[in-house]
Design a protein around this ligand. Sequence first.
Ligand code: TRP
Length: 460
Amino acid sequence: MDKAGRIDPWSSEQSTDYARIVNQFGLSSVDADSLPNPGMLHRRGIVFGHRDLDVVVDCMSVGDPFGVLTGLMPSGRMHLGHSMVIEQVRWFQEQGADVTVAVADLEALATRGTSLAKGRETALREYVLNYAALGLDPENTSVYFQSSRPAVQRLAFTLGQRTNISELEAIYGFSGDTNLAHVQAPLVQVGDIVHPQMDEYGGLRPIVVPVGVDQDPHLRLTRDITQKSNWFNIKQRKNGGLTVALSVQDSNRSELGVLDSGKVDKECRNSVMSNIESSIIELGFSDVKSNPKHGIIEIPAATATDKFRIRMKLLSIERKMGGMGLLPPSSTYHRFAVGMTGDKMSSSKPESTIFMDDPIDVMAKKVKRAISGGQPTVEEHRRHGGDVSKDVAFQYLQYFFEEDDNALEEIRKGYESGRLLAGDVKQLCIDSATEWLDTLAEKRSQWEDSVDEFLAKDAL
Ligand code: TRP
């Protein structure tokens, strides 16, 4: 984070002050107990924060459609750090989500100079193949390239009208000498995030985006833009309840009943208002107070938990009237596992992480060299025990390789009590990682000739 509290999504620094991030960006904390079949990353508090995840959880519990979207930068090799989001995507998919995967080939071109051809090759060989091996279901997974999906680029352009250089400066720290392709990259990502809601890509439904906190600036931008584009806003009412207010904009003045003179076209306005009223009544509210002149509808009995149902109604009305009707994305945030050398995991520092296709002996060597939480001498270790919070091998078992909570707890106890030495925990990690990597390699070879099954039509 810089002095202004900004996170640069393209820098190699990693913010790990999660408490500060939760506070500063107003994230909600994840309560694993409130999730159906919480996955390993939830149970262990590795997924620590979210925005609007409740909306998605509600869909899960009643069987309503929802989607999950992720994106990948096709550069470098895929490593453990990348697998965390895919583990979450797989979990959402198991809970009923359809999956969209953006290959950020335009972003890689803009920010890293990767050619589109090279990006494509890397994406397919390195990432999509591993996503398949990690267990995504091709039946409802759709991988596309930013460069070959005009709908995404069109949204980037259209929604660009709802932001300006000052906002991008405030969010990303862009300045006068920022390359313009780089300025466009986050807008294309906004397009990635919202386009699954369009009718051609599955229609209006919540879309959740699981990310590391480094990507949160893009989510804040997207939420801000979608909210500015909405024709109807929902606000907390002063004396309890909710208020729906028309948001008159240049693009919707005549539809919302504002004449060129600025006067209200009563007939048109009344018809908009009664449309909204009747869909709110359909939801079961009988007390609905409408003020057509001011474009306000009050629903005194509505509570915060009714917001989502009301919003969905308003968005579909907006769409029928010709607006985009966009729901802000939901998102989740995961902690980063420490790099094996103590700093951040990175493809450019092979010693810092385990790659998805590392040979077993290479992996074992890295684990043996990794930072441990053991005491300097065996004697001291037996007396004081090890520190799991510093121990890479333990953390990798916790984040990636040991799915069984009880087995993990046994290892923790053994280590903290001094019964297990750092070398023992490293060996346990090597054993589990061996099984994990072997299975992955086997699955990769099964999918090698059929990754096309995961590709959208426009990606073939
Ligand atoms: N910016 C992301 C990265 O650096 C890649 C990405 C592009 C993405 N579009 C996305 C991630 C949409 C999540 C959602 O890795």
